[in-house]
Design a protein around this ligand. Structure first.
Ligand SMILES: C[S@@+](CC[C@H](N)C(=O)[O-])C[C@H]1O[C@@H](n2cnc3c(N)ncnc32)[C@H](O)[C@@H]1O
Length: 226
């Protein structure tokens, strides 16, 4: 398979899903109370075990093979950076540095974000930066519920505060993320085209090198709307 031939998600859905707003309002009115799986509680303990409780926290949510987590830890040496993914296989994949040269201010944990985000909220954690980079788009109309903006866990994401950033190569995903945030926060959040001069993740590099337009939403939750 050749490298730079990635496709933009094909979908019959050309704009924000007609049922998204209603779903978000329902999720706001009925907070998600699914019990936590034990392995996610343990992963949350592990993620915070090496943290000194003072360093600003960064969450790379759905970090995949973790290249972005490593880059963020290098860029922000005084922060504690947590890379979370549900796939142990991706987390274990060979890193672009020898283990001895990996930054010490990061941790990788295998967890389901559906629990992990809520566990962070329950523990009163506040993030400085929160990245959701190239989440699975689930572009079919019937897949709405699998996209984070339409998931019952969504209202917990902005509760974590900090600068929240979502990037995708499917503009509908970012527009849905923005609409869901507008409803939860009560103010309007912008999304824009984004030029990834230095790709932060393998998916970003692949999409960029395939000539695709990238889209980004970035909001400082601790400042915006105030
Ligand atoms: C398209 S990949 C993007 C990976 C990486 N952010 C990048 O840009 O290279 C989406 C990632 O989200 C992870 N993921 C999807 N649902 C998840 C969940 N519920 N909990 C944790 N990780 C999840 C997948 O395992 C996958 O690695």
């Amino acid at each position: 398979m050749s490298y730079a031939n990635s496709r933009i998600p094909a979908s019959a859905q050309q704009g924000v899903h007609e049922h998204l707003a209603e779903r978000v309002r329902t999720h706001l009115a009925h907070p998600f109370r699914k019990p936590f799986a034990a392995y996610n509680v343990a992963a949350c303990d592990d993620a915070l075990a090496g943290w000194d409780a003072r360093a600003p926290l960064v969450l790379d949510a759905g970090c995949g093979v973790g290249h972005s987590t490593i880059e963020l830890a290098r860029m922000l040496p005084d922060h504690w950076v947590i890379g979370v993914d549900q796939s142990e296989e991706r987390l274990q994949r060979k890193k672009p540095y020898p283990a001895a040269l990996l930054p010490k201010n990061l941790v990788f944990v295998r967890a389901d974000l559906v629990d992990f985000w809520r566990l962070l909220c329950e523990r009163g954690v506040r993030l400085a930066r929160h990245y959701i980079l190239y989440p699975n788009p689930w572009p079919k109309i019937g897949h709405l519920g699998r996209r984070w903006p339409a998931h019952p866990v969504f209202p917990f994401i902005p509760k974590l505060g900090g600068v929240l950033e979502c990037r995708s190569n499917w503009p509908v995903y970012v527009a849905e993320f923005a609409l869901a945030l507008d409803i939860v926060l009560g103010y309007s959040v912008q999304c824009n085209e984004y030029e990834a001069v230095q790709a932060l993740t393998p998916f970003e590099r692949k999409y960029r090198d395939s000539g695709q337009t990238l889209y980004r939403l970035c909001v400082d939750l601790d400042r915006a709307g105030s």
